[in-house]
Design a protein around this ligand. Structure first.
Ligand code: NOJ
Length: 714
């Protein structure tokens, strides 16, 4: 008999439901502290899983209660939201997407997992795979941005990075793909609101990242808080059961979001906790996070015949199997048994700095304002995010220590040792006090360059942080305009460094600043990473993973839109347009400048006639005609001009990178499989249709900048 069979044969109903319950611990680092009866329940075997606990001391102490005190000695599964780092914080996920580098995505996950496992953890609620095309939605910060194909690449990299090929390793964490699914298109960008989208959009846009996570072997999946076309995801039998378990063959653990089973009552699909528990179990949700609906409701649901013992057993087996795969039965203290060496921690900080610098997207750099001259005499740094280490961390702090994050000011002091640096906040991030603006503006006189450190607070994006005005909050626009006016009269260049968890709507700033950097939230090493880019030590290479709107009225705005029967045409009134703003974004997907200057030529696509089994090889020559070495990112798109279902104007299929010295040329080779050109036909079944397909290559999703060739599918 296997270990799991033996345990199953001995477990009482209470013990089984304990394995299906996850409770926040009293050693919480995030969220409310709800200890309740937790420790007693652990000792009597009626609580099997914890979240929000951190540190070897507390995790091992709780583990000892479970292993030594409870009747069957089943170890606990302990998880935390390790989203963009654990103690060492890396850039927020949206910022990390700007790297377009799956190896780097994997590496930061690997480092975060190693650090978290050393703290006694065995699970992270990550990766977050919700495609977002609406910057109002605060959780945009946590996810892959606007493109499903890119989200799928992220899923693979993160699952590999967190889990490795062997979950039982002492430095591996079980990953949790979330939030399944279609959480991003919440109505009007408002957090936790209803979602109403087509089956086609669901399958083409929102499911692919989860399909990739399952294919990569993700250990667990979390249903979204939201409903999809009227059915809350926590009770979505068709998508959780038929699709995820059935069609995709997902055998891992489904874990509810925080209190989501209880919230089925407020969704209006369950009358009480008993019905809520039955709905979730029937949909296949194995672990109840924080609603305590399973322990309270399932015994009654059993009596009423709403669920069966066999269903409970199936879920318990899944949870026990995950604990077994994680090696917890063999050694519950494996994770956290050895402290990390200081060099390891220092190397991780170095990685955070490198990734941080690469996540910065240089949106504008008129007249080569950047990099700053190495011996620049005087810098004036203004804005509430200048001398503000704690804000650099971003939306998921995990176990990060905010007082150890490097502020822009200290990064600049390190990076520009001979330079005189004057600084002022000018105003707070979000309050209405404009009294400091005049004094801040007065500091500009005599500066060689002015840096503005402006944007959102770290908690103005992430969960429960939707914004109807995704712009500069508080008095920051007044501050910025006053500084810009003064700088213009003095002839001093202004570099705006924008902190945000989303694209902001800032057309006026984009027009007036000489240079503009999207610095998102870069984590522990933010200030150093920014100084590295400003000084030219690193040439910026980040590319925006989301379109930046010119106006909020353009939202949702994304490159993968379908064509209109009346495409915009300035000579014809009755075409698809706005009367008051252009159709295109301020900065398109993939946009990002460097200190080089790249030109594309000589696109070659072979073969020019392909069958479904063929690979398509694409080559393009890139020349750096600029004066500095830099890295370019090349995007590969396709466009199917005539199909039985209208295809998007561009579909992302790949990207590549090349480092080029000044004057150097090089060839980037990319490939795709003709079978990737399958799409969901009228009945949503995959079809491969013969005909022409355009292959497009270039620096971003702006069609005017792409080279193209046509191949024939047969
Ligand atoms: C709620 C969030 O939606 C989810 O992303 C997170 O993993 C859980 N809380 C646990 O903290």
């Amino acid at each position: 008999m296997s270990r799991i069979d033996k345990l199953m044969a001995q477990m009482t109903l209470e013990e089984k439901l304990g394995q299906l319950t996850m409770t926040a611990s009293s050693y919480a680092v995030t969220g409310p502290i709800i200890a309740g009866d937790s420790t007693d329940s652990i000792a009597d075997g009626t609580l099997g899983n914890l979240l929000n606990m951190v540190g070897t001391g507390p995790t091992h102490e709780m583990q000892r209660l479970a292993v030594d005190k409870s009747r069957l000695g089943i170890p606990l599964l302990i998880g935390l939201d390790v989203i963009h780092g654990h103690r060492t914080l890396f850039p927020i996920p949206l910022a990390e997407m700007a790297l377009f580098d799956p190896r780097a995505w994997e590496l930061t996950a690997r480092e975060a997992a190693t650090e978290a496992a050393a703290d006694g953890l065995a699970m992270t609620f990550n990766p977050m795979l919700d495609v977002s095309r609406d910057p109002r939605w605060g959780r945009t910060a946590e996810g892959p941005g606007e493109d499903p194909w890119l989200g799928a690449r992220l899923a693979e990299a993160k699952v590999r990075g967190f889990q490795t090929a062997d979950l039982a390793r002492p430095d591996a964490l079980a990953a949790c793909a979330k939030h399944f699914c279609a959480y991003g298109p919440v109505m009007a960008g408002r957090e936790y609101a209803s979602v109403d989208i087509s089956e086609r959009t669901l399958h083409e846009v929102h499911l692919p990242p989860f399909e990739a996570a399952v294919a990569a072997g993700v250990a667990s999946i979390m249903p979204a808080f939201t409903d999809l076309n009227g059915i809350p995801m926590t009770a979505h039998t068709e998508l959780l059961g038929d699709y995820l378990r059935g069609k995709l063959g997902f055998e891992g653990v489904l874990i509810s979001d925080y209190n989501a089973i209880g919230e089925l009552i407020r969704h209006g699909v369950a009358a009480d906790l008993v019905e809520a528990a039955a709905l979730a179990l029937n949909a296949g949700v194995d672990i109840d996070m924080m609603a305590d609906a399973y322990r309270k409701g399932l015994p009654i649901a059993l009596e009423r015949g709403l669920v069966s013992m066999a269903q409970i057993d199936t879920s318990v087996r899944r949870v026990l199997r995950l604990k077994e795969q994680l090696g917890l039965f063999d050694d519950p203290y494996l994770r956290g048994s050895a402290a990390e060496a200081p060099e390891v921690v220092a190397q991780r900080r170095t990685l955070a700095r490198e990734v941080g610098a690469r996540a910065i997207v240089m949106l504008k750099n008129d007249g080569d304002t950047l990099p700053l001259a190495p011996g620049i005499g005087k810098l004036c740094v203004i804005g509430p995010l200048t001398d503000n280490g704690p804000e650099m961390g971003g939306c998921w702090g995990a176990a990060g220590e905010p007082d150890k994050h490097v502020s822009v000011l200290s990064g600049l002091r390190q990076g520009f040792p001979g330079t005189e640096i004057v600084h002022a906040a000018g105003t707070a991030i979000r309050d209405d006090d404009a009294s400091g603006i005049t004094a801040a503006v007065a500091l500009c006189d005599g500066a060689d360059a002015i840096l503005l450190c402006i944007g959102e607070a770290h908690n103005m994006s992430g969960e429960a942080a939707s914004r109807a005005y995704p712009e500069l909050p508080g008095q920051q626009r007044a501050l910025t305009e006053a500084v810009l006016a003064r700088a213009q009269s003095l002839g001093i260049p202004v570099i705006a460094i924008l902190f945000s968890g989303r694209p902001l709507v800032i057309p006026w700033l984009a027009e007036k600043a000489d240079a503009l950097l999207a610095a998102w939230f870069l984590g522990s090493e933010a200030g150093n990473a920014i100084a590295d880019v400003l000084s030219g030590k690193v040439s910026p290479s980040g590319r925006t993973p989301m379109s930046w709107p010119r106006a909020l009225g353009q939202v949702p705005i994304f490159f993968g839109q379908r064509p209109s029967g009346r495409p915009m045409n300035p000579d014809d009134f009755f075409t698809s347009k706005y009367l008051d703003v252009a159709n295109d974004p301020l900065y398109c997907f993939g946009h990002g400048l460097s200190y080089g200057r790249f030109a594309y030529a000589d696109l070659r696509v072979t073969p020019d006639r392909v069958s479904p089994a063929d690979a398509i090889h694409v080559q393009v020559t890139i020349t750096n005609s600029g004066a500095r070495a830099a890295q370019d990112t090349v995007f590969l798109f396709t466009r199917d001009p005539v199909a039985s279902v209208a295809r998007p104007l561009l579909e992302l299929r790949g990207f590549g990178k090349i480092d080029l010295a000044p004057g150097e040329s090089g060839v980037v080779a990319l490939s795709l499989l003709a079978s990737d050109l399958k799409f969901l036909g009228r009945n949503l079944a995959p079809v491969f249709e013969a005909g022409d397909v355009e292959i497009l290559v270039g620096p971003c999703a702006d069609r005017a900048q792409l080279l193209s060739a046509v191949i024939k599918l047969r």
